[in-house]
Structure formats: C-alpha cells, structure tokens
Design a binder for this molecule. Sequence first.
Ligand SMILES: NC(=O)c1ccc[n+]([C@@H]2O[C@H](COP(=O)([O-])OP(=O)(O)OC[C@H]3O[C@@H](n4cnc5c(N)ncnc54)[C@H](O)[C@@H]3O)[C@@H](O)[C@H]2O)c1
Ligand SMILES: C[C@@H](CO)CCC[C@@H](C)[C@H]1CC[C@H]2[C@@H]3[C@H](O)C=C4C[C@@H](O)CC[C@]4(C)[C@H]3CC[C@]12C
Length: 385
Amino acid sequence: MAVECRVATRGRPMARVGDRGVEAGLVSVPGMGQEGGASGRGRCVGRLTQAPREEGPSSGGQFGHPGTVAAGPVQVTAIQGDVTQAHEVAAAVAGAHVVIHTAGLVDVFGRASPETIYEVNVQGTKNVIEACVQTGTRFLVYTSSMEVVGPNIKGHPFYRGNEDTPYEAIHRHPYPCSKAQAERLVLEANGRKVHGGLSLVTCALRPTGIYGEGHQIMRDFYHQGLRLGGRLFRAIPASVEHSRVYVGNVAWMHVLVAQELEQRAALMGGQVYFCYDESPYKSYEDFNMEFLGPCGLRLVDTRLLVPYWLLMLLATLNALLQWLLRPLLLYAPLLNPYTLAVANTTFTVSTNKAQRHFGYKPLFSWEDSRTRTIRWVQAVEGSAP
Ligand SMILES: NC(=O)c1ccc[n+]([C@@H]2O[C@H](COP(=O)([O-])OP(=O)(O)OC[C@H]3O[C@@H](n4cnc5c(N)ncnc54)[C@H](O)[C@@H]3O)[C@@H](O)[C@H]2O)c1
Ligand SMILES: C[C@@H](CO)CCC[C@@H](C)[C@H]1CC[C@H]2[C@@H]3[C@H](O)C=C4C[C@@H](O)CC[C@]4(C)[C@H]3CC[C@]12C
C-alpha cells in the first residue's frame, strides 16, 4: 500500500495519504500547534509515503523545491505552494485520495491586513475545494477553529459546550470571520460532484487553543518571564477557563478522520468536530504555567493591581499605537482588545462526538502531552527570543 502525504504551505509544506490509506494535500505538517503563529508566508505541499522510498527530491509538484523527509515508516514529500494560487493548489492536490487542508493565516495580532487574511483563509479554501472537484479528489478534511463558534463579540461564556450547544456566534475580527466563512464553504461543498462523477465528502475539525512543541506564544511568554526575573504577572482571573488541546492529538484526529471518511461518509460528511483531549480546563495563564512552572517561572497574582479597565485601556492604547505606527513599523503586541476579550471569556468544550463517529481517543495522555511540552520549553531555554 503506497501511503503518500503531501504537505503544502506557503514556505512550508501541504500533505496526503493514499490508496486505502490517506493521501493528504495541503497539510502543514510541522506547523500545527502555534497559536497565533501568523507568518502566513509559508508555502509547502508535503506527501507521506508509507513504503520508504529513496531520499531526495521528488517530482511531486511543478513548482517550488520538493524534497523528501523520512519520518519512520512514513515519508513526507514537501512541495512548496501557495493556497491563494489556484493552479499551484490543483497541481498539489492532483491524484490525492484525501486532502487535509490545514494551511491558514493565524493572526489575531494585526500583523497581516484583513484582506490578506481573507485571501489565504477564504480564497485559499475555495481553491482547495475547486482543486478537489477538478482533479476528482473525493475526501476533504478542513482544519477549522473553535473561534468559528466563539468567544463572540459579546463575551458570552461557552461552558462545557459541544457541537450542538446553541451559541450566538457573532464575530467582527477578520481571523474568526475568515475561518467561519471557510468552514461554511467546506461544509457546503459536501456532496458536490467531483471529476469522474462521484461525490465530495467533507468535514471540519475545530481545535481549541493548540499547545505543544513549537508553540510560539508559549516561547514568547517564557522569554518574557526570564526577562522579568523569573516572574509572570496574572492579568486574567483564574476562574476564566479555556479548553486547550495537545498538538499531537490534533494531528491524530486529522489522521483518523482522513482514514475513516470513506467508510463512514454518510455519517461524517458535512459534520464538524471539536478537537479535544484530556488536557485540564484552566485559565489561559494557569494552563501555560503547567509548563512554564517546571521551567522555573512563577505566576504573580497582580489582578488587584491590574484591574480589567486598566488592561482594556492598555489594549486600546496598543491598538491605537499599532494604527499610528503602521506607516513606519509593525507594532503587534500580544495584548489588544480582541486577544483580551478572548483570554477573558470562558470557552470550554465537553464532547465525545469524535469518539462516537470515528472512534477517536487521544493518542497522548495529559501526562505525556505535558511532559513533551515541558521538555520542549526546556530545550528552548537559552535560545534567542
Ligand atoms: N494554533 C491554534 O491554536 C489553532 C487553533 C485552532 C485552529 N487552528 C488552525 O490550524 C491551522 C494551522 O495553524 P497553526 O497554529 O499551526 O499555524 P501556523 O502559522 O504554524 O501554520 C499555518 C501554516 O499555513 C501556512 N500558510 C500560510 N499561508 C499560506 C499560503 N498562502 N499558502 C500555503 N500555506 C500557507 C504557513 O506556512 C504555516 O505552515 C490553521 O488553519 C489555523 O487556523 C490553529
Ligand atoms: C491578556 C494577556 C495577559 O497575559 C494574555 C493574552 C493571551 C492571548 C494572546 C491568547 C489567549 C487566548 C488565545 C487564543 C485561543 O487560545 C484560541 C485561538 C484559536 C486559534 O484558531 C488561533 C489562536 C487563538 C486565537 C489564540 C490566540 C492567542 C490568545 C488570544
């Protein structure tokens, strides 16, 4: 069985898994797990092949610099591409059995313009859907986001909700708006006829805040703590809980969906699934301390010193400064009115839909996820911020 996975992102690779396995296009294999990692300039398509082949450049794409990386029994071929370029996407997708579309521009800090965010997240997704239709690929898995649901602009809590929990999903920020639009396009494409006459089967996975190795914001907080003499300051009440999910489990859920979509098309087609695991519900800052604490940082409770109105004022000032400085330089701090609202609103997920529909169980326990993340933070120590 030739299982092939292509990984494509702008700067980094798309992925595939083939035959009865999975051939996935547009998976950014190394990238997942970096909240707010907003470069949007990666480009790559990767291809996983189960039977090891010769190392070296592959002929997987007509552009970019394809190269093959062996990952145990699976081989990933990277083909560089840009999801905003329809012809590049079609070239990467051609011949794939399943496309896992994770490429996206994750930006809640104002680094990219709203137009660029829409171009990558919405137009890029349209291109992926059209590429499946044109090339006859029948199975499409989309990496959506919890932000498609919330927190909404009214700051309503979402407490232990599942995929059917009623919630007013109203957004203004370009990132959640773009993810919501893209997810809708993917779900509406379910049942469309693809080249060859068969029907497209699609579904969307909605990770909550992903953590794990390569988590850029965790690295930023770690370096900030080191600069502040080993301390971080609590800004958000401990009672505001968030769901978080380990990157390895997010990846595992994608692989399972890609494997099961064909057999369970009637059940899974057009469905959404939150990505969840056994990570505990905690405030954003307390959760980060699960990893930063063992690396020598401590969280100082300054909530009484930094009341919410002051945080809001600082966040608004940051937004104003960003706007004023834009002609000269990019000022994009972590704190802005949107990130403050998200951090300050409870959003927790409690569901077993993925288990019921396709037998998902987390591959990594909370202990493993925690240990692996701590080891990664420790390895980051000493590296430049
Ligand atoms: N990080 C999170 O907490 C989180 C939570 C929910 C959903 N998501 C979603 O998961 C996916 C991966 O996010 P991530 O956190 O790994 O971010 P990331 O920035 O690390 O990865 C995004 C990848 O997309 C690629 N990309 C960007 N623009 C592209 C383009 N024009 N053409 C091709 N590739 C392009 C980047 O090179 C990068 O490899 C995104 O779709 C994101 O919306 C992330
Ligand atoms: C107020 C600060 C004091 O320390 C803390 C600011 C933290 C914020 C930068 C992050 C809090 C919640 C994060 C988001 C959430 O985890 C889910 C997301 C969904 C995903 O699709 C993209 C990333 C993100 C929006 C993530 C971004 C960073 C936070 C807003």
